[in-house]
Design a protein around this ligand. Structure first.
Ligand code: PMP
Length: 399
């Protein structure tokens, strides 16, 4: 029966973590997976999340409604779009709890495939998170990548970004990283986002925001949500937002996410929400309760919410500090190369631009699957103790 099932190679990022876990080295450091660690290299349970867990400990184990926990959906929608978002006030937002950010992207893609048709192109950045292409291709979309990052300067190629938006057919979908672009760490400035929104509106494009790092990038949630809110609230563009609480609440394994569709009319939002309910019923019947209850408990309580905002600034502050310390160490050790990008790029990821040979040397053994490195650079003299401090610093080694 299974002769026609071809062997699929393992996912590069999870495979690297598997190899990392199996590695007996005492000075190992995982530069692959984007998970925050504290100063002792351990996962951090956010104090706000810990307190929320206490609060929900008497919750029952009944099924949630198909669209998810209502309080979670309402609180999280207002969190992302802003309390006074005209779309929220005018009830033009559809929402559905999802299996974290990945589930949100998949749900969004399924709705858009029906709404915009199979001939519609999904544009993704080059480089991007390795799952983007396969999520949208698995649905049936034609996926097109475009140059986003300039390897020579280590910065965003905004000209390429604008030209791609200008040239795309009306109705095309653009997957936009709301903040902390994965893996380049390069985001448009607010001014550049304004210009992109103007082009998107005039060209009738559909922005799909992938919002996996809100709050953990700058440490200020509102700042990180700027692009989404500008497109939706200021310019009035129809859009989808795929939100994950994996990174910003440290709820990686709980799989709690949200998909929002912002429409022109309340009737359209109701229709889209009914579609989301049907898709959820078919796929998972109803979403898991635990993570959604935690998020709702944090967002619904003024004190816990304030604590969470402090936790966000702790995480983003530590990431910035680790970047600075790695940069300082490389400079102090007179390591040949230009390391400015380490402190310029934002969020958990950084493209170091190391050559393949150097990566393999650092890793200590030959990798058995595809590795793509941006360009050959110079010799690197790492002080392992410094490198060890950079648990959350991600390099774009695998694709
Ligand atoms: N989008 C991006 C850009 C990501 O980096 C990630 C996680 N690495 C996700 C979405 C999805 O994460 P999750 O499904 O764990 O919420």
């Amino acid at each position: 029966f299974f002769e026609r099932v071809a062997l699929v190679p393992p996912d590069a990022i999870f495979e690297l973590t598997k190899q990392y876990n199996a590695d007996a080295s005492e000075s190992k450091v995982n530069l692959g997976q984007g998970t925050y660690k504290d100063s002792s290299g351990e996962p951090w349970i956010l104090p706000a999340v810990q307190a929320a867990k206490e609060e929900i400990r008497r919750a029952n184990h009944e099924y949630l409604p198909i669209l998810g926990l209502a309080s979670f959906r309402h609180l999280a929608t207002k969190l992302v779009l802003g309390e006074s978002s005209p779309a929220v006030v005018e009830q033009r937002v559809a929402s559905c709890q999802t299996l974290s950010g990945t589930g949100a992207l998949h749900q969004a893609g399924l709705v858009l495939y029906e709404a915009l048709g199979p001939s519609c192109t999904v544009y993704i950045t080059e480089p991007t998170w390795s799952n983007h292409r396969q999520v949208f291709e698995a649905i049936g979309f034609h996926v097109q990548s475009y140059r986003y990052y300039d390897e020579a300067t280590g910065k965003l190629d905004v000209t390429s970004l604008e030209q791609t938006l200008e040239a795309a057919a009306p109705g095309s979908i653009f997957v936009m990283h709301a903040c902390a672009h994965n893996p380049s760490g390069c985001d448009p400035t607010q001014e550049q986002w304004r210009r992109l929104a103007t082009i998107a509106k005039s060209r009738n494009l559909f922005p799909l925001f992938d919002a996996a790092y809100l709050g953990i990038t700058s440490g200020d949630y509102d700042t990180d949500a700027f692009a989404i809110r500008h497109f939706v609230n200021d310019v009035g563009i129809e859009a989808a937002v795929c939100t994950s609480f994996a990174k910003n609440m440290g709820l990686y394994g709980e799989r709690v996410g949200l998909v929002n569709f912002i429409t022109q009319t309340p009737e359209a939002a109701i229709a889209v929400e009914s579609k989301l309910a049907q898709l959820t019923r078919v796929e998972i019947s109803n979403p898991p309760a635990f993570g959604a209850r935690i998020v709702a408990a944090v967002l619904g309580d003024d004190e816990l919410r304030a604590e969470w905002f402090r936790n966000l600034s702790t995480m983003s502050g530590r990431i910035a500090e680790m970047r600075q310390r790695l940069y300082d160490a490389l400079v102090r050790l007179k390591t040949p190369g230009d390391w400015e990008r380490i402190i310029q790029q934002k969020g958990m990821f950084c493209i170091l631009g190391l050559p393949l040979a150097r990566v393999l040397q650092l890793k200590g053994k030959q990798l058995s699957f595809a590795i793509r490195i941006s360009k050959p650079t110079l010799t690197v003299a790492y002080d392992w103790r410094e490198l060890r401090e950079t648990w959350m610093m991600q390099s774009w080694l695998l694709h």
